[in-house]
Design a protein around this ligand. Sequence first.
Ligand SMILES: Cc1cc2nc3c(=O)[nH]c(=O)nc-3n(C[C@H](O)[C@H](O)[C@H](O)COP(=O)(O)O)c2cc1C
Length: 163
Amino acid sequence: MVQDRKKVIGAVNTITYGLYVITSIGNENKVNGQISNTVFQITSVPLRIALGINKKNYTYELIKESGVFAINILKQSQLSMIPIFGLKSGRDINKFENIKYHTEITNSPIFDDILSWMDCRVIKDMTIDCGTHSLFIADVLDGSIVSVEEPLTYKYYRENRTK
Ligand SMILES: Cc1cc2nc3c(=O)[nH]c(=O)nc-3n(C[C@H](O)[C@H](O)[C@H](O)COP(=O)(O)O)c2cc1C
């Protein structure tokens, strides 16, 4: 058990993160996306990443259905994406109403206006149950840089959020 939770959380919050919209496609072509900071590369050869997702999220449901997702890496100028994709559920609203996107290998939505993206497939038997969240280990199948700008970080979000 954690000794002094408030003190330790302060230390945990000094871990640096980027912010991403994780998208997926489920049965009957349902699409959705959510904000996640829990994305990191694990291996270079083969190119593999890990993604942490809350099991209650609609995006989790779609990833479980299809076994695929895309990582959309946000630009610093895209702070306004956080309330839409990070504070509401796709079970209640259509988050893609004003988003232009296309698809590649996995059919998961890739934003046209984004810093960069990666298309990923979850590896069989490599999903770890962490309690409230699951950790998906996935192969990176494709990806590209779209624009050269500053990435959006969790620190920038904390310091500049209005909601
Ligand atoms: C800054 C920020 C970081 C977040 N990081 C994560 C994360 O790493 N994993 C996760 O499951 N949810 C994370 N969330 C919460 C989800 O984005 C949020 O619950 C979302 O509404 C789920 O949407 P959905 O039900 O449409 O999938 C984060 C939210 C914010 C605002």
